[in-house]
Design a binder for this molecule. Structure first.
Ligand code: F3S
Length: 279
């Protein structure tokens, strides 16, 4: 049985950076917490807890602690709160997310009505939105929503970093039809599309596909869905323990991919287990 691991499987740049920053901070500081789970990997969150990093979901519950900000960032108001309470902040916001926040703020300051393409409830979008001051700001998840927005003449557009380019460009086209001036910052990060395209190719070439990552990880769930559409023998697992030997009866090729928040050690354990199965 041949085992093929997707090149892009696992941590993206921003998550890797955040995790490294967290472990480093835990070495230097004993009283530290992350605002929400650092990433959507229960196994990694547990390891961080063992290093002394607790998870606090409510910013008001932070007391005299250092605070790690997750890769998708926080709102401007939360930032101000941490600052006002003189709490030490380890800012692990991904630089690509920072860029989206900055451009949204800039568009608002220059008098554009700002449209953010993304999921309204997502913390990253809430963060980007909070940087728009004294200007109208809207969130559109799809073209239908974009059609309903009461636009001004000058419209500025940014995207949640994990958006699909096709959705972003369709919304941009729709807004172009409806405005006199449209200023676009393409703030999409290609980590997501690179993983998805690779998963598509791999799922089409193998007999079984394993997708590794937290069940609470949206990007892993999306990868599993994409693979399942192409390869019905697709299994979403969190760890190697969930693998069943029977999945590989008579199988010639197995493909593996993993979400952007799946630690490398978990991927390695899966590969090792598969190597044992094929012996
Ligand atoms: Fe950053 Fe892109 Fe990952 S925005 S957190 S590198 S998906």
């Amino acid at each position: 049985m041949q085992i093929v691991l997707a090149q892009s499987a696992g941590f993206c740049f921003g998550v890797k950076r955040a995790v490294n920053m967290a472990f480093q901070a835990a070495e230097e500081d004993e009283n530290i917490c992350s605002l929400g789970p650092l990433i959507h990997s229960p196994q990694l969150v547990k390891r961080l807890e063992l290093e002394g990093i607790s998870v606090i979901n409510d910013i008001n519950a932070v007391a005299d602690q250092s605070v790690i900000v997750r890769s998708h960032g926080i709102t401007r108001q939360e930032e101000e709160y941490l600052h006002a309470h003189e709490l030490k902040v380890v800012d692990a916001t991904c630089p690509f997310v920072k860029k989206a926040q900055k451009y949204a703020g800039l568009l608002g300051a220059e008098g554009y009505s700002v449209v953010i393409v993304g999921e309204k409830e997502h913390p990253e979008v809430q963060g980007i939105l909070s940087y728009v001051q004294d200007a109208e700001v809207f969130v559109a998840a799809d073209v239908e929503t974009a059609e309903q927005i009461p636009l001004g003449k000058r419209v500025g557009l940014v995207a949640q970093t994990t958006q699909a380019y096709e959705n972003f460009s369709s919304i941009a086209l729709k807004l172009l039809e409806r405005s006199k001036e449209l200023r676009i910052f393409n703030t999409i990060c290609d980590a997501t599309s690179v993983r998805q395209n690779e998963a598509r190719e791999l799922a089409a070439a193998v007999d079984v596909m394993l997708v590794i990552g937290g069940y609470n990880s949206a990007n892993t769930n999306r990868l599993a869905r994409i693979c399942r559409e192409i390869q019905s023998n697709t299994y979403h697992i969190e760890t190697a323990d969930e693998i069943s030997v029977s999945w590989f009866d008579g199988i010639e090729q197995v493909g593996i991919t993993a979400g952007a928040s799946t630690p490398e050690w978990i991927i390695r354990e899966v590969v090792v287990k598969l190597e044992k199965i094929r012996k």
